[in-house]
Design a protein around this ligand. Structure first.
Ligand code: MUC
Ligand code: MG
Length: 367
């Protein structure tokens, strides 16, 4: 079970339509496939999605940091030395998606070596998550039509609505149209990606007071420390810290400072090892948890569902697992399928997914 090789392969797959939100926009999945090989011939995989507008990483940067810094630090270690891996990677600041993908590829290789599912290794609580779909910026009618399509085709009944535009009425009109169009049987929550000020956020939440929202996420920047604390103290729904709370220390700071009351766990930025730490902390602090999406492809979504299914707290709420539906293609031999509003974990060892070599050859960008 010794790691002998780490590969970082850039690939690009276009989206059928771009996803737009307050901090940026994604038109193509320009991700990095990470493969970890062992001396037994086992290969573990994961994907890293660069999100420069959130964490500063780029596709070329992820390839470089893995090839030049991380690979030499982990080659020669056993798959069982995951804490040694974590501590070595921690010597380099930031680079969360690069570290997370390497960590998850190691867990996948471990599961395959032991012939056990990763989700069983992590906790084995259940085998599926309810799915929440993320709606990017558009006209109200188009966003309602997309939500109806997701409900009719996939049985999805939880929607996260991107907000943070100005004037705030642009977004509050969308949320109202969704509630009116879809009725009271769907769950709705909003994510501002830091687009509004605290005062704008308070005004928008007041305008949506009668719409029965489940959560509000990152409506204003965490760096507006007093404004955000003021906002969170006057809301009557949990306020999710997403990009402001990547590490357990960030979560502690945001929550104890009164600037968040719930947390988004994203395997794309904390892997399985870091996500375990955040989960345990959230459980100890008594926080709501949502399994978030870093606009992941199918491989990334398989990682989210593997982690989310492993624990009671992470499987309680619908997980954000459906962005891959907007990609024009993907790398897996067998596509993930969302049915009756749920995504199930794959039955095989590790993550239970295989990379299609023809698809990888078609979309890789390094040859
Ligand atoms: C989200 O929850 O914010 C958008 C930007 C990003 O980094 O993640 C997505 C979704
Ligand atoms: Mg978010």
């Amino acid at each position: 079970m010794k790691i002998t090789d780490v590969e970082a392969i850039p690939f690009a797959i276009p989206y059928r339509k771009p996803l737009r939100f307050a901090s940026g926009e994604v038109r193509a999945a320009e991700h990095v496939l990470v493969r970890v090989r062992t001396d037994d011939g086992v290969v573990g995989v994961a994907e890293a999605p660069p999100r420069p507008f959130t964490y500063g990483e780029t596709q070329a940067g992820i390839v470089a940091v893995i090839e030049r810094i991380f690979a030499p630090q982990v080659v020669g270690l056993s798959l069982l030395e995951r804490e040694v891996v974590a501590q070595r990677l921690a010597r380099t600041v930031s680079n969360p998606a690069a570290k997370a993908a390497l960590d998850m590829a190691i867990w996948d290789a471990l599961g395959r070596s032991l012939d056990v599912q990763v989700t069983e290794l992590l906790g084995g609580y259940t085998d599926r998550l309810r799915v929440a779909h993320m709606l990017g910026f558009d006209e109200p009618a188009a966003m309602v039509a997309e939500a109806e399509r997701m409900r009719d085709r996939h049985g999805i009944t939880t929607f996260k609505v991107k907000v943070g535009r100005r004037p705030v009425s642009l977004d509050t009109a969308v949320v109202r149209a969704l509630r009116e169009g879809l009725g009271d049987d769907v769950d709705l929550y909003v994510d501002g990606n830091r687009g509004w000020t605290a005062a704008e956020s308070a005004r928008a939440m007041k305008q949506m007071n009668d719409l029965g929202l489940l959560f509000a996420e990152e409506l204003c920047p965490a760096d507006d420390v007093l404004g955000r604390r003021w906002l969170v103290s006057r809301l009557d729904v949990p306020f999710i810290a997403d990009e402001s709370a990547v590490t357990p220390a960030d979560v502690t700071r945001e929550v104890l400072g009164g600037s968040a009351t719930a947390v988004s766990i994203k395997t794309a930025r904390t892997g399985f090892t870091g996500s375990q730490r955040t989960h345990h902390l959230a459980e100890g602090l008594g926080l709501e948890v949502v399994m978030g999406n870093q606009i992941d492809g199918q491989l990334g979504s398989a990682c989210t569902v593997a982690f989310g299914s492993a624990f009671k707290l992470t499987s309680h709420r619908a997980g954000e697992l459906s962005n891959f539906l907007d990609m024009s293609d993907d790398l897996l031999t067998e596509p993930l399928e969302i049915t009756d509003g749920e995504l199930a974990i794959r039955p095989g060892a590790g993550l239970g997914v295989e990379i299609d070599p023809d698809k990888l050859a078609r979309y890789r960008q390094d040859n």
